[in-house]
Design a protein around this ligand. Structure first.
Ligand code: WT7
Length: 635
């Protein structure tokens, strides 16, 4: 990398071999974004070409209308034609003494086809939803791909989510089948996943559980309902005819937190998602055919879908999935993995980078990380210190860092400088991906000047992979994304500003969402959960700064009468309702919470009291005296 003033540019060596090396691509895309995306879509394998590239009936839009394709065919069959025996997937188990598993494209193909046949035999048809509640094991990838082969819509639920969180999702999408495992390793312990699954399927429509044997822990198999994964696939044929899907048929649903308590089922479709996943990965990480790609994200998140698995496979490369925690059993486990497999592209979140940095440089120096070519960051803003550490100590000043902005809703990265073009500026995500039109709007709905903060929005034709809906909830789709600036402007809920070069920097969210270790958590959902405790009269949850995780939740609660051990109850309830990722760092019992006259709790004020900021005008509060009291409590 070459540094010029505050900006970084690719070295001539890097540039020479990069997929995209000049601003020309941006110019061409800007001139006619639809035509530009059509050009990329031509490199996807279609059973039938589309008739019309883009249609916009606000707030709805479609891409590649009339096109027909199958997703698994693009990930597997197409690669088998030229690289049947190339390794597609490497699985690194958490226990260091256990052997990794390697899957060639052909191995993966056969397993996927077998499971697809097995699922069909269980009655799964095109359009049916299938739940996947699996840890980071190869079967998770096989299960996802098998669904796409037969046109079933997968809904992956993060394996560390609680049974209750699983249940809410299953109830919404009404799965009849759930694929899960006996258990898995995390931090040296076996997590009893099957027990959570058993609890989570209560009061849902799930009739069958397919269970992968992973940890060998003892589980109860319910007769007539539960079947082992191996028995499901062992007798099945190696080939299952791929279901030919319409470009706009749903490919998968993935839940994410929303402002209200209930999570939203984000719907992604076949044609647009495939095109976008393939090319955003290829260009942003500069994926080459023989690259080893390691994205640390769990498949329970959108990053785990698009970049831990799908984009590397669509590009015919090799991806690594890792079962465990990156700092277990030693803090430099992540370095060991990079060294062991000679990883070329490494993708993680600022939270992890801050944690690695805290362990000290010596651990990193112990390892040969020279295979690395491109480093990625995702999920939350990255601070300058962490950026520099990542750049200098991990990438040895030679790897471009792509700070990639996107959302569960966008399905793929839409904002990030391209490593072969640059410029790259620490703490700035960078330029919109070619063919994407962003704007930053102020309170009057006008474009902000450089340096001025405002709402980040996306303008038509949006992107081929942007969500097509909230599962069975058009009202929420319209309200959340298409009402702030009218139905032709996609509202991201992020605040941003740009510099005079047009590089965009994300400041944070404008809604009640917080980012804990890069994971989106809704303070509303937490409040709903905590409010279930009978002794709690009312509560508010805010995000407070944390050295490693960026932000962590703090709970403020007003009690009915006097209660002991309320903190323990809160912890139990959050674990039960959401899962350990949402555990609060601080719990405050207070007498009153600042409210507007209409009774709305002012989380903004709470946050400001916490960080000692100027509180501004308090005259709109119904109970300004609560503020003084809170200040005392927080001292
Ligand atoms: C929100 C989306 C995208 C995959 C992981 C998170 C924040 C995401 C960045 C970044 C600053 C970022 C935004 C966004 N975010 N990437 N590079 N810099 N903030 O997906 O859970 O849907 O969260 O994460 O606030 O809206 P998600």
């Amino acid at each position: 990398m070459i540094k010029k003033k505050k900006l970084y540019y690719p070295s001539s060596d890097f540039k020479k071999n990069a997929w995209v090396k000049s601003k020309e691509t941006y110019k061409k895309a800007k001139k006619d974004p639809v035509k530009f995306w059509e050009g990329l879509a031509k490199e996807v394998y279609w059973r039938k070409k589309w008739k019309k590239a883009f249609e916009h009936k606000p707030p709805f839009f479609k891409w590649f209308l009339g096109g027909k394709l199958n997703f698994s065919e693009n990930c597997l069959d197409k690669n088998i034609e030229t690289k049947k025996n190339k390794v597609a997937l490497i699985w690194e188990p958490e226990p260091s003494d256990e052997r990794p598993r390697y899957f060639t494209y052909y191995d993966l193909y056969r397993k996927v086809n077998k499971l697809a046949n097995g699922l069909k035999k269980m009655g799964v048809k095109k359009g049916d939803r299938v739940g996947i509640y699996l840890p980071m094991i190869p079967e998770a990838v096989i299960a996802m791909l098998a669904c796409t082969r037969i046109g079933a819509v997968h809904s992956v639920v993060f394996s560390a989510y609680s049974p209750q969180a699983l249940q809410v999702r299953l109830q919404d999408t009404e799965e009849k089948i759930l694929i899960t495992a006996d258990g898995y390793y995390r931090g040296g312990k076996i997590i009893d996943l099957k027990k959570n699954a058993d609890e989570g399927v209560k009061d849902t429509k799930v009739k069958k559980l397919v269970v992968v044997k992973r940890a060998g822990n003892k589980v109860n198999m319910k007769k007539g309902r539960d079947v082992w994964w191996d028995d499901t696939i062992s007798k099945e044929d190696d080939f299952c005819k791929p279901e030919v899907m319409d470009s706009e048929d749903p490919l998968f649903v993935l839940y994410t937190s929303g402002s209200t308590g209930k999570p939203k089922g984000i719907v992604h479709t076949c044609g647009g998602y495939t095109t976008q996943a393939k090319f955003t990965g290829k260009w942003i990480f500069d994926i080459k055919e023989n690259d080893i790609f390691w994205s640390m994200s769990d498949i329970g998140w959108i990053t785990g879908h698009t970049y831990s698995v799908y984009s590397p496979l669509l590009n015919g490369t090799t991806c690594i999935i890792f079962e465990g925690a990156p700092n277990w059993p030693v803090p430099d486990r992540w370095c060991q993995i990079i060294e062991k497999y000679a990883v070329n592209i490494f993708y993680t979140a600022p939270t992890a980078i801050r944690m690695f940095q805290k362990y000290g440089d010596d651990l990193v120096k112990k390892h040969d990380l020279s295979s690395l070519k491109v480093l990625g960051s995702v999920g939350e803003p990255i601070d300058k210190g962490s950026w520099l550490w990542y750049f200098e100590k991990v990438g040895n000043k030679k790897c471009p860092i792509v700070d990639t902005w996107w959302q569960t809703e966008t399905g793929g990265i839409l904002l990030s400088s391209l490593p072969g073009v640059g410029p790259i500026k620490p703490t700035f995500a960078g330029l919109p991906f070619p063919g994407i039109k962003f704007d930053i709007l102020n309170n009057n709905g006008k474009s902000c000047k450089s340096g001025e903060k405002g709402d980040l929005v996306i303008l038509p034709p949006f992107s081929p992979g942007l969500l097509r809906g909230v599962y069975k909830n058009t009202k929420r789709y319209k309200k959340t994304y298409w009402s702030e600036y009218g139905d032709e402007v996609y509202f991201t809920s992020d605040i941003a500003h740009k510099d005079k070069n047009g590089l965009i920097r994300i400041v944070g969210r404008s809604d009640d969402m917080i980012k804990v270790a890069g994971h989106r958590i809704s303070t509303g959902e937490m409040e709903d959960t905590v409010s279930k405790i009978p002794s709690i009269l009312e509560c508010a949850v805010i995000g407070i700064p944390d050295e490693i995780k960026g932000e962590v939740p703090a709970v403020f609660e007003v009690l009915k009468g006097n209660w002991k051990k309320i903190e323990d109850l809160v912890v139990v309830e959050i674990k039960k309702g959401i899962g350990p990722i949402a555990l609060p760092k601080k719990i405050y019992v207070v007498n009153d919470l600042p409210k507007t006259r209409s009774g709305k709790i002012m989380r903004r004020i709470l946050r400001k009291i916490f960080t000692n900021e100027d509180l501004g005008d308090l005259s709109t509060l119904a109970n300004p005296e609560s503020v003084e009291e809170l200040k005392k409590t927080l001292k």
